[in-house]
Design a protein around this ligand. Structure first.
Ligand SMILES: Nc1ncnc2c1ncn2[C@@H]1O[C@H](COP(=O)(O)OP(=O)(O)OP(=O)(O)O)[C@@H](O)[C@H]1O
Ligand SMILES: [Mg+2]
Length: 617
């Protein structure tokens, strides 16, 4: 038996699932209404069959009243109602399957759209394979839920109610006997749910583990094989698989014991009870038709019950899957930025101004730019930051970067350089202190504007499995000239042209057919293509040979004065020419100044780092 917390867990999951389903099906809900109506029609037709059969027996067969046309009519009625009911039911299944499919499609888009808006902190703990499993497998399971719940449950319930009503009309004593046994069925369903629920939940979680392990291994195959870890990974995978098998087996055991066998037994008991009651009675000829109708109805009571109970296994799985999707949707999105909230009000104000006949609204954006023309590109004041509850990574950082300046950031591994960029990029909110970009607090800049203003060349160049062009464009719809100009500026144009299909060459997953240095050049071109006002480079030259590095340096020099450049570099030659070099040490600014100034500091961190690199070279 289950403990209390799991009990409330299940209830919560069911509530979550129900609300999610409603949301996903919202635009299609009228179909549901029609389906219920038509299914009720089908149930009515089905209930009519045995009544006509009874009439045939009672009015014609037993009294030997052979009125052929009427008898043929009744017989045809029995057949026709059955066919019509099946036809109607089939049409409703099609209707509801359509609803289910559209809902799943909506749900999947909803989930993907949501994942795209999640804050970076979420992806620090997310496991890719599991996430993928939620967007694909779990949403697919939701479809089952729709079809099971909407169709089988609905249909079975309607048939059940219709049949019980018909039984009551025929002989309500007998109907009461049948109904008295219903609680036994409810008990079976209840026990079944208790028994199988934990196994179903476990199986789902393990399935997504299996996906996760698979994705992870494929992603890191070269490392995995190089460290001779195949056997260990296979063993770990085998163990997870075995657990999954056990969970599924537990679930199947519950099915095997409780579904068909228990309910078939119930069927036999009911049949025996009805026959017993008829046996007790004085059997008049009028009773034979009732007995026939009743036995016909019994099958119609039992079958929906078996169907409903059998669906509970699927239902359980689907509820768990839906709850997992719902939990993902409940993850808080990245914070909305003040300007986006304001934008709606601005638009309203603009519309109002236009309506009032004033012509001034068009000048407003320029005024904003003019107002901040002399503001530093980036002003950081007393910034402190830690990841979650971890140790403080940045301590009381203050920094001002004028527009058009070229700043270098250096420091040993783990000193917080990438973290600083992440904060500048709004991936994480700053906990204490402020960051002001072009005179506006980071939170007050609308996302579109911010992303257009700030370009990033990340530490790990990320490429899509798409063409070179698409990789530089990144869905921004840039014209070919702009893409090519960016590639030229990044000095990637020549090697791109040397590829067999030039800009249309497909790069494979993660840009697997390029060298790491080439990937970095593409990443630089991508950042430049957006014509950013601030360009952030995180180790953009770490994998490029010295000659290409010089080319990139030239490219950066060409941008000088027009674009604010903030470049992190381990290779100090990259930032030698920077206007100012910031030396980070354990999250604090230890030194700052131009290359020559820092070289003057005897025993200084920068001087030591530089001399060491000179020595190595
Ligand atoms: N997502 C994260 N969650 C928790 N801690 C993190 C995360 N990213 C980085 N850290 C920690 O923050 C500190 C600074 O990391 P950061 O990536 O900023 O270093 P870095 O200066 O860029 O180093 P490198 O030169 O190796 O790239 C490290 O101690 C690291 O362990
Ligand atoms: Mg880093």
């Amino acid at each position: 038996m289950l403990s209390k917390p799991e009990d409330t867990n299940l209830r919560r999951q069911t509530a979550q699932a129900a609300s999610l389903l409603r949301r996903a099906a919202q635009p299609d809900l009228h179909h549901l209404g029609w389906a219920v109506l038509w299914l009720m029609g089908a149930a009515l037709l089905e209930v009519l069959g045995p009544i006509m059969g009874k009439a045939l027996i009672d009015k014609h067969l037993l009294p030997h009243h052979l009125d052929w046309p009427r008898m043929a009519g009744l017989l045809a009625g029995v057949l026709l109602t059955g066919w019509l009911a099946s036809g109607l039911r089939y049409l409703q299944l099609v209707r509801l399957s359509g609803l289910a499919m559209r809902s799943v499609q909506r749900l999947r888009e909803m989930v993907y759209g949501h994942v795209l808006r999640l804050p970076m902190a979420f992806f620090d703990r997310a496991i890719t394979g599991q996430l993928v499993s939620r967007v694909t497998n779990d949403t697919e399971a939701v479809k089952t839920l729709y079809i099971q719940v909407l169709f089988v449950m609905l249909d079975s319930t309607i048939v059940l109610v219709g049949t019980v009503c018909a039984m009551a009309w025929l002989d309500w004593h007998l109907m009461v006997i049948v109904l008295a046994l219903l609680p036994a069925v409810l008990l079976i369903i209840w026990v079944y749910q208790r028994w199988s629920a934990p196994a179903v939940t476990r199986a789902r979680a393990l399935r997504s583990d299996i996906n996760g392990q698979m994705a992870e291994s494929i992603g890191g195959m070269s490392v995995l094989q190089a460290s001779n870890a195949e056997a260990r990974f296979a063993a770990r995978f085998g163990e997870t698989n075995r657990q999954h098998y056990k969970a599924r087996l537990a679930e199947l055991r519950a099915n095997a014991w409780l579904l068909r066998p228990a309910l078939d037994l119930f069927n036999i008991i009911l049949l025996a009870a009805v026959i017993f009651v008829f046996g007790q009675r004085e059997m008049t000829s009028a009773e034979v038709g009732v007995l026939y109708a009743f036995i016909s109805y019994l099958a119609r009571v039992i079958e929906p019950l078996i169907q409903i109970t059998m669906q509970f296994s699927q239902l359980q799985q689907s509820v768990v899957a839906t709850a997992r999707v719902s939990a993902l949707l409940d993850e808080a999105s990245a914070p909305e930025h003040a300007a986006e909230r304001a934008a709606a009000t601005d638009a309203a104000a603009d519309a109002f101004a236009r309506a009032a006949g004033s012509a001034g609204s068009g000048a407003a954006p320029d005024a904003v730019v003019a107002l901040h023309a002399n503001a530093p590109a980036v002003a950081i004041r007393h910034l402190n930051f830690a990841y979650g509850d971890g140790p403080t990574v940045l301590h009381d950082l203050s920094l001002e970067i004028p527009q058009g300046a070229f700043f270098g950031i250096v420091g040993h591994t783990g000193s917080g350089k990438s973290t600083l960029l992440s904060l500048l990029l709004r991936y994480y909110p700053a906990q204490h202190g402020s960051i002001v970009v072009h005179g506006r607090a980071l939170d007050d800049i609308a996302n579109d504007q911010f992303r257009a203003d700030v370009g990033l060349v990340p530490q790990d160049p990320f490429l899509l499995a798409a063409s070179v062009r698409e990789n530089i464009d990144m869905g921004r719809g840039l014209p070919q000239e702009q893409i090519e100009a960016a590639a030229r500026a990044a000095h990637a144009h020549d090697f791109i042209c040397a590829l067999e299909q030039g800009y249309d060459t497909e790069l494979g997953e993660g840009g697997s057919r390029l060298s790491v240095g080439q990937k970095q050049l593409i990443a630089i071109a991508r950042a430049l293509a957006g014509k950013p006002r601030i360009l952030l480079l995180d180790e953009a030259t770490s994998h490029i040979d010295s000659q290409t590095e010089q080319i990139v340096q030239e490219a950066m020099n060409e941008l000088r004065g027009r674009v604010t450049i903030i470049a992190i570099a381990h290779r100090l030659s990259t930032i030698r020419d920077a206007d100012r070099i910031i030396v980070l040490n354990h999250g604090r600014i230890e030194e700052a100044g131009a290359h020559e100034e820092l070289m003057q500091v005897d025993g200084g961190l920068y001087q030591r780092l530089y001399l060491l690199q000179q020595l190595a070279a």
